[in-house]
Design a protein around this ligand. Structure first.
Ligand code: NAP
Length: 355
């Protein structure tokens, strides 16, 4: 049976509840239990690793009699495996839930399949309700499940003629305050922020996420600097509230494939609980991620300014070698959104899907 209007409302509520949970290695999930008449009987959400999952959190607030014949509306397919907590599909079954409506399929090899398990046991299961909203909430968690690495955003600011810096290497600032505020807000949503040693030496960035008044956002991404050259003792990033992670470039260089970068840095970050990586450049590092096919999202802050190259021919293009030798190899992207930020434009693009 297709989802009802009331189940849609409950799913919206479950998505809101999910956001109460912490962003971490476990997904943010919300659940609402509805009576056959459509009344809300209980609400739940997942409070992080080792704590009850959203459905079980909601069930725990109900008397066994009230659950029988009820509908569970959940933002993620009920899990089917025993981790630190038992399988939710089985818990729903044992509680006597008659119908389950969920938004997003769980792609995990071990945890997925809860929907099929419930169906096989005679429960009425409807999947895909508000799936896009559910997937957007779980974007980075889903990337980790599907690809085994964190979600990667590569960001740069460029002039209208495609330069990331002037010929002397100065790049502060190409964009205006609104664009920079947007970058800081997005940094605050990331778990790690990656910069090359070239940028650290040229610009001395703090790699913190700050409000317009200079105060720090509560959540700070872990700073990661790539390259062999040492981060100077007096560098601003050494005063970052999170411990600095520096990784040598030698074993990270990936000329045409993603394996080296993915295996070493991204898997190390994933194992440290990082789900969202924000790559801030410079052009050499941004290009390494793009070349390796490791950018899930590209943010280009486009300023209405022209820089060109210097009198001696020194040039700082926003992107360097991508391994494109002929136009058939160009890296096409889909435009997901274009935003106006003061005088600048933000173009949000994703690698074109090859269906
Ligand atoms: N417009 C913007 O958005 C923006 C943003 C940031 C920076 N910038 C500008 O860009 C310039 C700096 O950029 P850049 O391209 O010269 O330097 P960069 O990308 O910041 O750092 C390059 C360095 O990273 C290391 N490295 C390179 N590939 C690596 C890999 N695959 N794995 C690990 N480490 C790797 C190497 O250091 P080692 O040789 O030490 O190993 C390399 O020299 C400055 O002028 C800065 O102002 C502009």
């Amino acid at each position: 049976m297709a989802a009802t209007e009331r189940e849609q409302q409950a799913m919206r509520r479950a998505l809101t509840l999910a956001r109460n949970g912490p962003r971490g290695v476990n997904p943010q999930v919300g659940a609402v239990i509805l009576s056959p008449a459509g009344d809300t009987l209980a609400e739940g959400w997942h409070r992080g690793a080792g704590t009850p999952h959203a459905e079980v959190d909601a069930l725990s607030q109900m008397s066994p009699d009230a659950v029988r014949g009820a509908t569970a509306v959940v933002t993620l397919e009920p899990c089917n495996h025993t981790g630190r907590t038992g399988p939710c599909a089985q818990a729903l079954l044992e509680a006597g839930i008659a119908r389950v409506v969920y938004a997003v399929d769980d792609p995990g090899a071990a945890s997925g399949g809860g929907g099929a398990h419930l169906r096989a046991a005679g429960v009425d299961v409807e999947s895909g309700l508000l799936a896009d909203e559910g997937a957007a909430l779980l974007e980075s968690w889903l990337t980790v499940q599907r690809l085994g690495r964190p979600h990667v955003t590569v960001k740069w600011a460029q002039s209208l003629d495609g330069r990331a810096a002037a010929s002397d290497g100065t790049s502060q600032w190409i964009t205006g305050p609104d664009a920079r505020a947007d970058v800081h807000r997005r940094r605050s949503e990331a778990d790690a922020i990656v910069a090359g040693i070239g940028t650290v030496l040229a610009d001395d960035p703090a790699l913190t996420a700050r409000r317009a008044d200079g105060t720090l956002f509560e959540h700070q991404p872990m700073p990661v600097v790539l390259g062999d050259r040492i981060v100077p003792e007096q560098a601003a990033v050494r005063r970052h509230p999170r411990a600095l992670l520096q990784r040598s470039g030698a074993n990270l260089f990936a000329e045409h494939e993603g394996d080296a970068l993915a295996d070493s840095l991204l898997v190390e970050l994933r194992d440290a609980g990082v789900q969202r990586v924000f790559v801030e450049g410079g052009p050499t590092i941004a290009s390494a991620f793009l070349r390796a096919g490791l950018a899930d999202e590209v943010l280009v802050y486009l300023a209405p300014t022209l820089i060109g190259y210097g009198p001696d021919g020194t040039d700082h293009p926003a992107v360097r070698m991508l391994g494109v030798e002929t136009i058939a190899q160009q890296r096409r992207l889909d435009i997901a959104a274009i935003e106006r930020l003061g005088d600048d434009l933000l173009i949000i693009a994703t690698p074109e899907r090859t269906a």
